[in-house]
Design a binder for this molecule. Structure first.
Ligand code: 0O2
Length: 277
């Protein structure tokens, strides 16, 4: 994911959805679907008696439409990054403790968006894509401790203009391969000069250990084109357990230091950090 104020999401390269379905001929399927869309649009736009200037006008309109489409998501990312920056600064100033280690963001490429639409079997027109593909704008927040990850999720979810439409807790229930993270899909309003757009933003919140694991797994996944050998899958699962143990140990250490008043700082309030049942 991701690159802006915040740079690319820690996974160094985007995860093109075309490669996500192991064994499936997704890339070829995508190419065919894109070619179909182009052919259909071209047939609609370019008739034999059409003036070249008219064709150029259509192309310009299409470019403008795409720019507007992406702009909504760019501003959505900016809004969420501002919220996160404020939380971070407030916490730094009032508690001398920072629950957020780093933040990155990314806007999904048009290729990846089309790939995902094809994979979902949905139409590739912009209104459908807007509704169905909800991770076009993505933000990743890395925290030191699991409790901080839950706290950050809660602080963002509580804001009146943030509507949480989906919450996937892969920390409480890791994926079969060992992947852990807390995912929120939020819907936020973006106020433009002539309209208000509501855009979906995917927020991934994880610890440093979870991030490290995901970044290595991501590299292996692509190296082996989604078909990671069984012995490496076992290693990854084992490493995920080790990462989870490390998170638990670090959490206990931090609680102990806090109980002893060792660092003199309250940290993220524990009651707010507790994952909802
Ligand atoms: P990118 O470029 O990283 O955003 P999907 O599986 O995509 O059809 P959904 O609901 O979008 O369905 O998936 P989910 O489970 O919410 O995961 C979405 C994102 O979480 C992925 O985005 C990854 O960033 C991350 N993720 C999920 N599972 C794994 C995993 O097993 N390993 C790693 N390293 N990351 C994972 P994208 O779309 O893959 O791309």
């Amino acid at each position: 994911m991701h690159g802006t104020a915040a740079g690319p999401l820690t996974d160094p390269s985007p995860r093109p959805a075309a490669e996500v379905a192991p064994g499936g001929d997704t890339s070829a399927g995508t190419a065919r679907a894109v070619a179909d869309v182009v052919r259909r649009r071209a047939a609609e736009l370019v008739t034999a008696d059409m003036d070249p200037a008219e064709v150029a006008g259509h192309v310009r309109d299409a470019q403008r439409e795409m720019a507007r489409f992406r702009m909504g998501y760019e501003f959505g990312i900016e809004e969420m990054l501002t919220k996160i920056r404020i939380l971070r600064s407030e916490f730094r100033q009032t508690h001398d403790h920072n629950p957020i280690e780093h933040v990155t963001s990314r806007l999904k490429s048009m290729d990846s968006i089309i790939d995902k639409a094809v994979r979902y079997g949905c139409a590739t027109d912009l209104p459908t894509i807007r509704e169905r593909i909800r991770d076009i704008a993505g933000i990743r927040i890395t925290c030191s401790f699991e409790s901080d990850a839950y706290w950050v999720a809660e602080m963002l979810s509580q804001q009146p203009d943030v509507e949480v439409v989906q919450r996937k807790d892969y920390i409480a229930a890791p994926k079969a391969n060992g992947y852990r993270s807390l995912h929120l899909i939020v819907r936020i309003p973006v106020f433009l000069s002539d309209r208000t757009e509501h855009v979906f933003v995917e927020v991934q919140i994880r610890t440093i250990a979870m991030d490290f694991w995901a970044s290595v797994e991501h590299k292996l996944f692509y190296k082996y084109r989604g078909d990671v050998p069984a012995h490496l899958q076992t290693e990854l699962l084992d490493a995920a357990r080790t990462a989870a143990e490390l998170d638990a140990r670090m959490g206990r250490l931090r609680d102990e230091v806090r109980d002893l008043g060792g660092d003199g700082t309250p940290g993220a309030p524990r009651e707010a950090a507790t994952p909802p049942a």
